[in-house]
Design a protein around this ligand. Sequence first.
Ligand code: MN
Ligand code: MN
Length: 469
Amino acid sequence: MEKSKGEALKEKLFNENKNGFEVISDEQKKAIFTFNDEYLRFLNACKTERECVYFAEDFLKHSGFVNIESKEELIPGDKVYFINHKKAIYAAVIGESLLEEGLNFIGAHIDSPRLDLKPNPLYEDGGFALFKTHYYGGIKKYQWTTIPLAIHGVIVKRNGEVININIGEDENDPIFTITDLLPHLASEQQKKSLANGIAGEDLNLLIGSIPYNDDKVSEKVKLNILNILNAKYGIVERDFTSAELEIVPAFKARSLGFDSSMVAAYGQDDRSCAYTALKALSTIENVQKTAVMILADKEEVGSMGNTGMESHIFEVFVAELLNKTGQNGYNVLDRTLSNSKMLSADVTSGSDPTFASVDEKNNAAYLGRGIALAKYTGARGKSGASDANAEFVACIRNILESNNLLYQMSDMGKVDEGGGGTIAYILANKGIDVIDCGVPVLSMHAPYEVTSKFDIYNAYQFYKAFYEN
Ligand code: MN
Ligand code: MN
């Protein structure tokens, strides 16, 4: 049937966002699901920033990348990576043009909210052995009780020996948990606000209950646990002081829904963008502009420290690209950054019908409608925002639209409802044109976060198109 004049005019003039699953072919749907099967495997292998770095290094090596330290000179087409203290990784594909004309950066973060062990974690109380924790990033504390938890991380002995720990993921492993009060006796607790029902000091990990068999000693359960750990890892209690042990959900990443259209998994903020950026970088060839991927640590706690985005080591990497292509000189690093473009690839809040009152529906991000761009972030009058210039937003739109990719412009939550930040402003402060963009997520920062498989694949397609433009 022919469209009415009004219908045709509306189609021409309105900005309407569509659900991606409505507009794709069966073949594209198959590609989306295959891509997400690999994404699920990645999420199961990578629950900490260190595990993401191991994965990314291995993945990049298999895609023809080499450690930048093994190269004296770099020429167009070369593929290199650099690992920053085992917790962040930068990688580049050298392009045809001079670096000074600008690089194309995509930056995601590979740390996620979790519970870290305190430096003196082990204690015995009431016949149990427990670990004290200190939460990392913004969490709703009650969500971390009564779920299966795993311990991932490293213990570094005084002599430098690194012991890798990963317990709770294998079917034959034990898991750990944080207990909560039974409802029968929780009348006082239930009167507290959601934020205070479980306090930070209540997040104690249950790890054992068998006493060491010797009537002459106290703290027998703690002694028994240390004895087990000593036999297994050769450690003593003091070794916990030089450890980074992270408590993460032991859940597996799974397809969600009767239609399997979504992904439920821990750590999709921001590993959904980290994985898709990694895939995009590994599949590009013969780019005009040098393409750089950043997988940063510490975003969830303010991007500080030598592995966070504020770290000067990032600039050292860019300077090494200039040195090894023979293009460095007075002020060249600053000019290179000033001429560069960047996608700050970080997830945003997806509109949840159960909690839609926090959204302003014309500017919310919706699952399944493609990558969500955010011109600015911040809170209370855009405070702290890096606001992308209109010219740069137009350039990004052009890449998306000329590649027929769905996307949505978004603003997280109603004005004054709250807000958030990303690494965008850090790079923008160096002169780079930066825009935030990412996969919309339900239950962000919870132990189990939800994304749409369409958006995951769409992010990958967009990141690849950005590098290739
Ligand atoms: Mn994030
Ligand atoms: Mn976050």
